[in-house]
Write a protein that binds this ligand. Structure first.
Ligand code: GYE
Length: 372
């Protein structure tokens, strides 16, 4: 009974969002929408989602809501914050039974985890997709089983069979890093820009978006991207790639872009060992993404010049999506997290990204203490 109701609600939700023409990435990162629900007439107009049906549902009667969460892995500080956010919000005290699977960055394991959740007949499935493709078959299986899927963080590009996505605009993050570097090098009178990029995991939408966004600005300004290799979003990966860069490009680079903080920590170790100075007092400008606590500490110390936040605290917004479905409402198809751009030096107050002026925040201890 419950499953049938959820299935009908999901169909109504999908119908409404498809009718609304959602599903393709918009580029207004930063315009977070804290209220994940809209009162879309399509749901209430749908005969299937009649009022009687929703009162049979678990939440309304105080039943535990079962959620399966197929998490990417445990590769970074960001990931730990994301996992903590979900485990805190979807706790037993809050009325949830969270089945958590750490997929250890293995796509096959992630597909298996989702199929396991279908077998367990959970009420909702949350997926943080390791890679952005290869999803349509398993999402069709979720749909056939009547289990709504909520995607968080990274995006799915080859299927629209999920109710909502909550996450960040990675291309905008990459654009912001590029715009900051343009303004910063101009302010410092640096005209020759030679960049080494340490990418995140191959095939992850976070990697694809950050790479594309930064490259767009690099190309527009004639910067030289010497190399761009994956460090798999890990500290060990960042160190390994940077060690090889230090040998291959000795004396040729003055900017290193790491696509997350942990890679930046590894790159710092490699540069230190190779006798390359970096950060605000060094020869190499170091840019990072995520801006978790440990990353911001390195911005405050001046070792990282600028850190572009990616907000991992999606779970409260996911809960709003679930509550909307429980109430027979149509959740928004896309919910963007609010993010900030952090710097060490107080020499630029804002940058223009996508034609919009965005503030730069100079890191201090208060900001670090409030960060995840
Ligand atoms: O930047 C990185 C993590 O998908 C946005 O994954 C996320 C990325 C994040 O491993 O630290």
């Amino acid at each position: 009974m419950k499953k049938k109701v959820v299935s009908m609600l999901m169909c109504a939700a999908l119908g409404a969002t498809l009718l609304a023409g959602c599903g393709s990435g918009s580029t207004d990162a930063g315009s977070s929408d804290a209220s994940a629900t809209t009162d879309d007439g399509a749901t209430t107009d749908d005969g299937a989602a009649d009022d009687g049906a929703t009162t049979d549902d678990g939440a309304a009667s105080g039943d535990v809501i079962t959620i399966g969460f197929a998490q990417v892995g445990h590769e970074s500080d960001w990931r730990t914050a994301s996992t903590n956010s979900c485990q805190t919000v979807f706790s037993a005290e809050n009325g949830y039974d969270l089945q958590f699977v750490d997929c250890d960055n293995d796509s096959a394991v992630q597909l298996e985890a989702v199929r396991g959740f279908i077998e367990q007949d959970v009420d909702y499935i949350i997926i943080d997709p390791i890679v952005s493709t290869g999803w349509d078959t398993v999402l069709t299986e979720c749909e056939d089983a009547g289990i709504p899927v909520i995607v968080i963080d990274r995006t799915i590009e080859d299927s629209d069979k999920y109710v909502s996505w909550v996450g960040s605009n990675f291309k905008t993050e990459g654009l912001a890093a590029g715009e900051w570097l343009k303004a910063y090098t101009e302010a410092k009178g640096i005209s020759d820009v030679n960049v080494l990029v340490i990418e995140g995991s191959t095939g992850a939408s976070a990697t694809i978006g950050r790479t594309e966004g930064f490259k767009e600005i690099a190309d527009a300004n004639g910067w030289n991207i010497l190399d761009s290799q994956s460090g798999d979003f890990t500290e060990a990966g960042g160190q390994e790639v940077m060690e090889s860069y230090c040998k291959s490009y000795e004396g040729q680079f003055n900017v290193v872009v790491c696509q997350n903080d942990n890679e930046a920590f590894g790159a710092m170790t490699a540069m230190k060992n190779a006798g390359v100075s970096y950060g605000v007092d060094g020869d190499v400008i170091l840019i990072s993404f995520d801006a978790c606590t440990a990353g911001l500490e390195k911005v405050l110390s001046g070792e990282i010049n600028a850190d572009f936040e990616c907000n991992p605290l999606a779970a409260p917004f996911v809960e709003q999506v679930i509550q909307a479905l429980q109430n027979g409402e149509t959740p928004e198809k896309e919910v963007y997290m609010t993010e900030h751009w952090f710097v060490n030096e107080d020499i630029l107050s804002s940058i223009t990204v996508n034609g919009e002026s965005q503030d730069l925040t100079v890191v201090d201890q208060t900001i670090i203490d409030a960060q995840y």
